[in-house]
Design a protein around this ligand. Sequence first.
Ligand code: NAD
Length: 459
Amino acid sequence: MKSISELISVQHSFFKSQKTKDIDYRLSLLKALKKEILNKEQAILDALHKDFKKSQFEAYLSEIGIVLSELNLAIKNLKKWAKPKRIKASLLTFPSKDYIYKEPYGTVLIIAPWNYPFLLAMEPLIMAIAAGNTVVLKPSELTVNTSKIITSIIEHVFPEDVAISIEGGVETSTELLAQKWDFIFFTGSTTVGKIVAKAAAKHLTPTILELGGKSPCIIDDSVDIKLVATRLVWGKLLNGGQTCIAPDYVIVKSNIKQDLIKALKAEIINRYSDNPKNSADFPRIVNTKNTKRLAELIKDTTIVHGGEIDETTCYIAPTLIDEPNIESPIMQEEIFGPILPILVYDTASDIEKIIWHLDKPLSLYVFSNKSSFINETINKFSFGGGVVNDLLIHFGNHRLPFGGVGASGIGEYHGKHGFDAFSNTKPIVKRGNWIDPSFRYAPYNKKVGLLKTVFKYLG
Ligand code: NAD
């Protein structure tokens, strides 16, 4: 078996052979990948269920379905995406034909998290291959069954000089990060994101970091409370609350807090029964360590619904927490579980005090029927992306770039943005030789006036 540095060197050589620049070659790989995923669809669903009791519906909605649609999109559009794009020339380059070329970075490292273990490994892989890179992928060590399937799919579809999956935990990740890459794509926590950024800085490796954070959900008193509760329970409890863009906490206008809590309780029971442990649709926490972490977070808080914990089966009930102190542990770290703190506001400054107290979030949600309130919220706060009057669904439109800002991430992907993320943008000016205006050459005297006129018309 080859060592990590040998594997990278084999991929470097293959990349230099120029084979991955061939669009038909890339398309053949993407088509083979699609076929293999379709062949292994049931095995993927079974693995996700084994890993954290993810239901088939959620697994298809939030993992396999999106992966297949990104594959279809790339297969359909690759020729168009990869073609040099003619750009309007400038007076300063006249006479010329100007272009933007998209070139693959080379050998890229992708490190994936466990929470959408299939999607968040496959989507970057697809776009990295579409863009013409070779790939070393490290899936998460916490979802072993899904990671095994990912490895077997990659082994079946790709020669190892094009793509390989290396399973392992922190040690493997550390060893991989010590190598020199042409590009690193990391999805995971902000804490580990900083480790990745440090390793990348050593070689000035370009990086995309898709991180997490505490995403707020602001609700004013102009809303239909029942509709808000329906959408909020869905957005919070999908994947057992283990979603990077899940609403981490709510800030609701104080006069409707009690009505909202009542509606949320009714909706949780409506969707998952009064014993969600028995619901086939409610996933488990990924492991005991995370279950214990969540149990710690709800200690000494005011639980108004749920609160049941079974560490042996990694079960945490959908839980509502009433007005925790913003200095308490539950308001200091990303929750990443089915626990929803409900904070209140009366004035705009109450909202600012909460949101500006924390790092820039990955998402922000606002429920309101007042456009002034919606626009003020969108414009005032800095965050990766968001939704008005619903949750999570911005992830579903591949035309929208997806990513964070500041502590919630650097860079963006999805759909064509994903192809661009894995491509270096190379501007090229093809200068004409049929004329060579002497204007730029010395002696310059008396040409400044003309130069000023030229700049006036640039634009
Ligand atoms: P994590 O940061 O613990 O792990 C992510 C990956 O990094 C794993 O493959 C892991 O093996 C590796 N890793 C862990 N510790 C490491 C270390 N010390 N050095 C090098 N590599 C290390 O994240 P996770 O628990 O798998 O996922 C949950 C986090 O990911 C949450 O914060 C969530 O918000 C975030 N997330 C973000 C997005 C996004 O698109 N922005 C998507 C999913 C999850």
